[in-house]
Design a protein around this ligand. Structure first.
Ligand SMILES: [Zn+2]
Length: 432
């Protein structure tokens, strides 16, 4: 018999040893509980996803608890905590970790961590919850009901200064910044506590389930492929020739590439995830060796926190088993809020050992007509006028007019998928 501290109103319960249960749910293993060349952040791959009898018992309990309806970003966070992508986090942050992350970019245990993972509620909701009380975490379902996913034992509730968080995490207090706007719009009180998930968000079953590999799964897949070194590539954009170049340059020095597009909440003007996924599949099919690349989706929401999010993205990919991580210029940036190299320079502020994953820094790449190749300012001596470059706005405008992007900029296979996707979207919006 093992004691499992289940968040129950009736205090801890004893669950029998259950062979179907992934036993690292106890999070108290002296021996490694992961496969792969690199340890998860903090040394243990967290698993807060209950199975079998424990899931059933917790689900039943949740029905009697006060439900808290999560924001789309928190729904993503819940899934990422559950599967260990946010290891060592086991729930939403308490005040000490929150302050330490906001001010010092580390958890109180000394590990680097740059983005607060918090659950904000309005004051009235917070008022009605007592410390030590268990609540159910829920999301709205398509029928207007609540889909219960997890139980959280509220260990703390605390107020926080949104302006300070904006200034520290986003480096701006302007509401025009999408991450800051979301922060200002959320509740004034943060609830903290460990979570036990008995059912993943609906998106886990409906949005790219075949590509939604968990860190435990990717680690196994990398090992099965015989990859010792793996480079992760975060993106929320289609893969243009420049990205293909950077990925392949990185792939020259490691064993495998993990193409890991973010599919959680993004800005309305970012290209929708389903169109992007189709474009990745098109380019992988024709231009990448299948035994060297794995495509997966990263369920996180975009914060647009630039440098801090670059570190956060790297740490999450370490949990997925990547040993290297590509950091481009203006990684996770938006507008003109961050300096060109800020997302690369921030890595110097951390102990390399504690970060664990190796960042690979890249310049902007583009096609040079004189070189007749994809180059960067580092490798090409020619005048800017020889470089083929298009702004994001130009790209969107061309695609929405049904025009192929220059083939030096984007593979025709990708252009076609993007044009089709845009057309479908426009028709859908038209019919709504
Ligand atoms: Zn050149």
């Amino acid at each position: 018999m093992r004691e499992f501290l289940c968040p129950s109103e009736r205090g801890p319960r004893i669950f029998p040893e259950d062979a179907t249960l992934n036993d690292n749910v106890m999070n108290a293993h002296p021996t490694p509980n992961y496969v792969g060349a690199i340890a998860p952040h903090g040394g243990l791959l967290i698993n807060r996803l209950l199975r079998g009898e424990m899931a059933a018992a917790t689900r039943e309990m949740a029905q009697r608890l006060k439900p808290i309806v999560l924001s789309p970003m928190n729904v993503s966070d819940l899934e990422l905590i559950a599967v260990g992508a946010y290891s060592p986090l086991t729930g939403f942050m308490g005040q000490a970790d929150y302050r330490s992350v906001v001010y010092d970019m580390h958890l109180t245990n000394g590990l680097p961590w740059t983005i607060p993972i918090t659950l904000a509620v309005d004051s009235d909701t917070a008022e009605a919850i007592a410390i030590g009380q268990s609540v159910a975490l829920a999301e709205p379902d398509p029928h207007g009901d609540l889909h219960l996913m997890a139980v959280m034992e509220v260990s703390e509730k605390y107020t926080y200064d949104k302006t300070v968080e904006a200034e520290k995490v986003y480096r701006t207090t302007e509401e025009a910044h999408p991450g800051v706007a979301r922060l200002y719009a959320q509740g004034d009180v943060l609830l903290a506590g460990d979570i036990w998930v008995f059912d993943l968000p609906l998106a886990a079953k409906t949005e790219f389930p075949e590509l939604r590999h968990t860190p435990a799964q990717t680690r196994r897949m990398f090992a099965q492929s015989g990859w010792q070194t793996i480079v992760g590539f975060q993106t929320r954009n289609p893969v243009h020739r420049a990205h293909e170049y950077i990925q392949k340059v990185a792939l020259e020095i490691v064993d495998g590439l993990f193409l890991h597009p973010l599919v959680g909440e993004t800005k309305a003007d970012d290209i929708p995830a389903d169109v992007r996924i189709a474009s990745y599949q098109a380019i992988l099919r024709d231009y990448y060796p299948p035994d060297r690349v794995l495509l997966g989706v990263f369920p996180a929401a975009m914060r647009y926190a630039g440098p801090r999010e670059a570190v956060f993205h790297a740490i999450a990919r370490k949990n997925y088993g990547c040993t290297h991580f590509i950091v481009g210029r203006d990684h996770a940036g938006v507008g003109k809020y961050y300096g060109t190299y800020d997302a690369q320079l921030i890595f110097n502020e951390f102990d390399k050992e504690l970060i664990g994953i190796t960042p690979l820094m890249f310049e902007h790449a583009f096609y040079c007509r004189k070189c007749e190749a994809i180059v960067t300012a580092k490798t090409c001596p020619h005048d800017h006028s020889e470089w083929v470059s298009l702004s994001g706005t130009q790209v969107r405008e061309m695609l929405s007019r049904g025009e192929m992007l220059p083939r030096e900029f984007t593979r025709p296979e990708v252009s076609r998928v993007l044009i089709e996707g845009m057309k479908r979207r426009q028709n859908e919006n038209h019919h709504e």
